[in-house]
Structures are given as C-alpha cells and as structure tokens.
Design a protein around this ligand. Structure first.
Ligand SMILES: [Zn+2]
Length: 207
C-alpha cells in the first residue's frame, strides 16, 4: 500500500461530493494499490499540506533549483551594487571634501563618476538579464505546477484512509460470508424444517 495518488477528472454525470467541503467535485485522487478514490475540489490541492502535497517532476525541481540560483545572483548583485556606491560616496564626502586641492579633487570625482556610471550601466544590463531569466523560470514553474498529476496524502490522512479501507474490506468480507452461509445452509435448513413423510418399511418376506 503506497501513498501515491493520481489526479483524474470524471465526467459531470459522475461527480460526487468533495471530501473536504461536500460541494460536487469532478476531480478525483486515485490510489491504485489501495483502490481508493478521493473526490475533491481542485482548490484543496493547492497549499494544503495537512491534506495533500504535490509530487513534482524532476523538470520542476530542476527549475526550482535554477530559480534559487538566479535569485541568489540577483541578491548578490543588488548588495554589491549598493555596497560599492556607498563606499564611493563615503570616500567622496569623508576623505576628499577636506582636501584643499579642489581642482584635482573635482577631476578625480568626475573620473570616478564616469567609471561608476559605466559600471552601473553594465550591472543594470546583467541585472535585467537575470530578471528575465528569473521571470522565465517562474513562468515555467507555474506551468509545471498546473500540470502536476501526482500527489501524496498527509501521513495522518493516509493512515486514516488505510483504516477506513480495511474496515470496509472487513465489512464486505463479512457480508459475503453471510451471503455464502445463507446460500450454503439453505438446503440443510429446508431439510430440517420440513418433515418429509416417512417411507413405510416394506418387508419383502411378507409379499
Ligand atoms: Zn471542496
């Protein structure tokens, strides 16, 4: 008995009450090993780990890993950018301002300014690339999320399904046994309840 459920759709005519909210549902989670069906609204399958968690494909998990890497790069870039800007601003105001040679200072500042501008242009371009990559991966994840078909029940929920299933099986087996007993004992019961007329003993010697 494995905790593996596959999402399926049933026709409108076959819809049944949702296990969670009792509204009519056409989505069913099917467990082949347990022969278990759970009717549910699609909404309960999302962000509801106390009921069910999706089992994502390798493609999805790879996209998540990639996304995290891009996110990290964006973060590093953002902190590097502001870091260097802060350093430059501090240098300018704390060290260079008291300097007496203003002409040289201005020239330095102007040069540094140009450099910083170039740098920030480059980094903006790369940031945009990462941002594009990030959005692309996010779209891919959303798409794969909507296509997920495999689910795992929360363990407590699954244990409950197992017990319910076992109880059902016992009840069915009991009923079958009773039916079998009834049909088996029926002829005997008939024999016992009816008094067949006794066949007169015939002594062949008296013939
Ligand atoms: Zn529901």
């Amino acid at each position: 008995m494995s905790n593996e459920y596959v999402k399926r759709r049933v026709a409108l005519k076959d819809m049944r009450p949702c296990m969670i909210c009792s509204k009519p549902a056409t989505t069913v989670l099917y467990n082949q090993t347990l022969r278990d069906w759970i009717y549910t609204c699609d909404i309960h399958l999302q962000d509801n780990p106390s009921f069910v968690v999706p089992v994502y494909s390798k493609e999805y998990n790879d996209a998540v890993t990639e996304l995290q890497q891009v996110k990290q790069k964006l973060k590093v870039q953002a902190s590097n950018g502001s870091g260097s800007w802060d350093t430059w601003v501090n240098k300018m105001f704390t060290k260079k301002k008291p300097d007496e040679d203003k002409d040289i200072d201005r020239k330095d500042v102007a040069e540094t300014n140009i450099d910083t501008n170039d740098e920030s242009k480059n980094s903006t371009k790369t940031t945009e690339n990462y941002q594009e990559e990030y959005n692309r991966l996010l779209d891919k994840m959303t798409d794969l999320q909507s296509k997920v078909r495999n689910y795992k029940l929360d363990n407590i929920m699954f244990q409950h399904r197992l017990r319910t299933k076992r109880a059902q099986e016992i009840a069915i087996a009991k009923r079958k046994k009773e039916e079998a007993n009834y049909s088996n004992t029926n002829p005997e019961e008939l024999e016992k309840s009816f008094n067949f007329p006794t066949v007169p003993n015939v002594d062949p010697s008296k013939k």
